[in-house]
Design a protein around this ligand. Structure first.
Ligand code: 4AD
Ligand code: MG
Length: 510
């Protein structure tokens, strides 16, 4: 039987007979009608099975269609603004594929809690929010390819089994390669460098692995990284590329993912500001001064802003609590059902805002302490990134980092070997680092010294050093963490929602 997809509904005339195949997303039964929110994977619609249209027997049968049961519905497609997805199907016949008994995810995500959901990831993926996120992820991926392909880059695949470390030896997953130790790749960069001497502009797009024992909202053990590498590029041109690239992919999702962002409650005006704004470039040493409050940006002081945020959070909690108490009192005194429902909804909303504010009240004082005491030469922690980026409305590029905290391959700053030409792109609103890149060291003697300092085995890097022996040229590149980008674009608290099956510290199933 021919069937239609929800995503194509706009092309059909009102009243067209259609068939959809999918799953029951929500059920509401009355004596004479079953209302099904229905998902076919391409979208959501409402299917109405009424006793008058299908007859008593079929109507009874349709009663069995529980949450996540699968079925095909046939009937008239009717435009209905108030209905889910703007359409409704007045069902004349249906076919049941499977009746799902007791689908485990029934409540709001919050009520189930993150552990339960992560354990049921294979089923959690069916929920609307996850549907929206995975579609944004898909468009980001397409936007990434689109950008590089239009710009003349060649996509290359770097190996996943590697014989040496790229980003330091502390977080390597070791495995056995025919009796020899091998590692899951932390980054395709070194191979991209080799390829860029053959093809000039290249990019990798593949999985990377870090055995970081970090149970944080932004660390995965397996994540997807996009690593462009450009011959004859410097860190300055690298930064220009980063800005064009990020703006391109963000504009694409703004254009393609209206429905998804709406479902996620994403404030898209913030992403619009990213596309329209200019990404500031701030040297590390200057960033430290912004962070500890000794210099302002456009009249904004990082520490003062945190103090203001703290006060605002405290005020919100107090105001909401008073408001809630008044509404609860009024509800108790007696209220019509509609008004009561409305007030209860408002109360629930305020309670969740209070939770967020309470979290801020707990965190901000620590963040301020850490920011004020930040020592030049250290790496920014996640709270430092939050405090620093708070003064900007677009992502900010921090460049020229202390050599000590960066990888061996980064080029020394001319005349100042304590610093290297690295660049991190920090996303606003607490999302922090989403890109890390650099101009690469071309001086073979400096590289040899760095390899030794980083306690790496020179023999493992002879092939890499060949790139400096034969037609060495200035070159630069960067790495974007796809899940970090998804997290920021969709405004998600945790990376566990950014990839279909997250692998992170302590979590490998399902
Ligand atoms: O800053 P990183 O470690 O840089 C590199 O790997 C370079 N080789 C890139 C290059 O110049 N070609 O990682 C790059 C990005 C980070 O900015 C972050 O977005 C992401 O990869 N990333 C992670 N994402 C999720 N979980 C982790 N554990 C991540 N570690 C890095
Ligand atoms: Mg980094």
């Amino acid at each position: 039987m021919q069937h239609q997809y929800i995503q194509d509904f706009a092309q059909y005339e009102d009243g067209t007979e259609i068939t959809v195949k999918g799953w029951i997303d929500k059920v509401r039964n009355s004596k004479t009608n079953h209302f099904f929110d229905f998902r076919d994977g391409t979208g959501f619609t409402q299917c109405v099975v009424s006793i008058d249209a299908v007859g008593e027997e079929a109507f009874e049968l349709a009663k069995n269609l529980s949450l996540e049961s699968s079925a095909a519905f046939s009937g008239k497609l009717i435009r209905n603004e108030r209905s889910l997805g703007g359409y409704e199907i007045q069902v004349s016949s249906f076919e049941i594929y499977h009746i799902a008994k007791d689908f485990p995810i029934t409540k709001e995500d919050k009520e189930h809690g993150p552990n339960f959901l992560e354990e049921h990831r294979h089923l959690w993926l069916r929920r609307r929010r996850q549907w929206a996120i995975n579609r944004v992820r898909n468009q980001l991926i397409m936007g990434i390819h689109d950008f590089f392909q239009q710009d003349g880059f060649v996509q290359m695949d770097a190996p996943l089994l590697t014989g040496s470390a790229c980003e330091g030896t502390t977080d390597l997953f070791e495995t056995d390669f025919f009796g020899q130790p091998a590692y899951l790749s932390q980054s395709g960069q070194l191979y991209a460098e080799a390829m860029s001497m053959a093809m000039n502009k290249v990019y990798t797009f593949g999985p990377t692995f870090r055995s970081e024992k970090s149970n944080t909202p932004r660390h995965l053990a397996e994540f997807w990284m996009i690593e462009p590498e450009v011959a004859f590029a410097t860190n300055e041109t690298n930064m220009v590329l980063i800005e064009r690239f990020v703006k391109h992919v963000i504009s694409r999702v703004l254009e393609k993912c209206t429905i998804e962002f709406e479902m996620l409650g994403r404030d898209t005006s913030k992403l619009q500001a990213v596309v329209e704004g200019e990404f500031p470039q701030v040297a590390y040493t200057e960033a430290v001064k912004i962070l500890n409050g000794s210099i302002d940006v456009d009249g904004k002081n990082a520490i003062t802003l945190q103090e203001e945020d703290l006060r605002a959070a405290k005020n919100l909690i107090e105001a909401h609590k008073t408001d809630i108490a008044e509404r609860e009192k009024a509800i108790k005194a007696g209220m019509k059902k509609g008004a009561r429902k409305h007030n209860e909804k408002l109360i629930a909303k305020m309670l969740s805002e209070i939770k967020v504010a309470e979290e801020q009240v707990r965190n901000i004082p620590e963040w301020i302490e850490s920011a004020k005491n930040f020592k030049e030469g250290e790496d920014f922690g996640s709270s430092d990134e939050t405090v620093l980026t708070r003064v900007f409305s677009t992502p900010v590029m921090v460049y020229n980092w202390p050599a000590k905290i960066k990888a061996f391959y980064m080029k020394e700053v001319d005349g100042n070997p304590d610093y290297v030409k690295g660049v991190d792109l920090l996303a606003p609103d607490g999302f922090g680092e989403i890109i890390g890149g650099s101009e690469r060291e071309t001086d073979i003697n400096i590289l040899l010294k760095k390899i030794e300092e980083h306690q790496l085995d020179q023999a493992d890097f002879e092939w890499y050093l060949d790139l400096r022996r034969f037609g060495s040229v200035p070159h630069a590149g960067f790495g974007l963490g796809l899940e970090r980008l998804v997290r920021w674009s969709c405004d998600l608290h945790h990376v566990r929602e950014t990839i279909p099956f997250p692998r992170r510290y302590g979590h490998i199933k399902p």
